[in-house]
Design a protein around this ligand. Structure first.
Ligand code: ADP
Ligand code: MG
Length: 353
């Protein structure tokens, strides 16, 4: 039987906008003007093009500056985590310019204040609570994708790790990367901390900013379920097994959650840049453009999702397939210089009259 979910539109990409609070510098700048205005109740965003012209865009969710980390998690990521626990693959991504709050939203560890914990920590908390520590397993890899090379953030000496696609199942994996079985939330926090330190060190060595690479947390879940339970993406009829008394033997259901902190979407001035900066910009442009194409193809229900163009979309391929939930979180800077229109295009928004 085909996978079922409570979601009436299981394959649809959801887009939420979160506007971060102004920082001290922006608050003290008398000339600072917001180019966007959020209308959370209407789920609309007003984009001021100039003094006379505004455009409205509609999204699945709009969060004002006051929105808490908890609320963001519950609205944007929790439905994805729940379907992953039901056997589907799912992805949560943050897209936006550097400084818009992507890492805060996804990766904040909340060491001093647990209310500040971001999506990664809250997702793992939910996954750990909802899996059985003896019969199920939760494993993670933590990767960085920089200039089309995958680096292991848990073992940074491993670079250029290949992506492997199973020809039969279509499953995408990165078997060369470190896989760690997560024992509990403290263990996960330690791994996240190690990964972040390695990311910082690796990028210092490369003389680049972490905003120039994508960070990818990959969580693989194996859940032991009775075969008559609601089937998930990895369930197949041939997996149904019974013992000699005719009782159903539990089957193992596999699913995967990807949480992706994308490289900054700001456009680097090509004329003014050279060397590595220009090379970085080309690779970021390649992956964000191909991501945009895939998201638009998904939004149009196209039978062909063009995932071959970049490593980012190849990695996401089996999280784009039949049974998926993708939420894109787009963080917007309240800067008059922001190029909102560009960002709007990638997420195939509905322009209102
Ligand atoms: P990005 O990863 O998109 O470059 P960051 O997550 O590093 O951006 O955020 C930039 C700065 O803004 C950081 O100092 C971060 O702590 C702060 N910040 C971002 N979002 C929020 C928020 N919702 N509330 C408070 N501070 C935030
Ligand atoms: Mg960041």
């Amino acid at each position: 039987s085909p996978p079922q979910d409570n979601d009436p539109e299981p394959g649809r990409v959801r887009v939420a906008i979160r506007v971060r609070p102004r920082n001290a510098e922006e608050l003290s700048d008398a000339d600072y003007a917001d180019c966007v205005e959020v209308q959370p109740e209407l789920k609309k965003l007003k984009l001021r093009k100039n003094n006379w012209n505004s455009e409205f865009y509609k999204f699945d969710e709009i969060f004002a500056e006051s929105a808490s980390q908890k609320r963001i998690y519950e609205t944007v990521a929790k439905p994805v985590v729940e379907s992953v626990l039901n056997g589907y693959n799912g992805t949560v991504m943050a897209y936006g310019q550097t400084g818009t709050g992507k890492t805060y939203t996804l990766g904040k560890m909340g060491k001093d204040d647990v209310s500040e914990r971001g999506i990664m920590v809250r997702a793992l908390e939910d996954i750990i609570v909802n899996t059985n520590s003896t019969s199920d397993s939760v494993e993670m890899s933590f990767l960085q994708l920089y200039m089309e090379s995958i680096q292991d953030l848990l073992a940074p000496e491993k670079i250029n790790i290949p992506i492997v696609e199973d020809a039969r199942t279509g499953e995408v994996s990165v078997p060369g990367a470190t896989v760690v079985k997560i024992e509990d939330l403290d263990h996960f926090l330690q791994l996240l901390h190690i990964g972040e330190s390695n990311r910082l060190a690796a990028n210092t060595k490369l003389n680049t900013e972490s905003s120039r690479s994508h960070a990818i947390l990959m969580v693989n879940i194996r859940k032991s379920v009775k075969s008559d339970e609601e089937p998930g993406s990895s369930f197949q009829e041939k997996d149904r097994k019974t013992d000699r008394h005719g009782n159903q033997i539990p089957i193992v259901r596999k699913s995967k959650l990807l949480i992706v902190d994308l490289a900054g979407s700001e456009r680097i001035d090509k004329s003014g840049s050279e060397g590595r900066l220009l090379e970085e910009a080309k690779f970021i442009n390649l992956s964000l453009t191909s991501l945009g194409k895939c998201i638009n193809a998904l939004a149009e229900n196209s039978p062909h999702i063009p995932t071959r163009d970049s490593k980012l979309t190849r990695l996401l391929r089996d999280s784009f397939g039949g049974c998926l939930r993708v939420s894109v979180l787009l963080c917007r800077e309240l800067s008059p210089l922001c190029d909102c229109l560009e960002a709007m295009k990638i997420v195939n928004t509905v322009k209102l009259r």
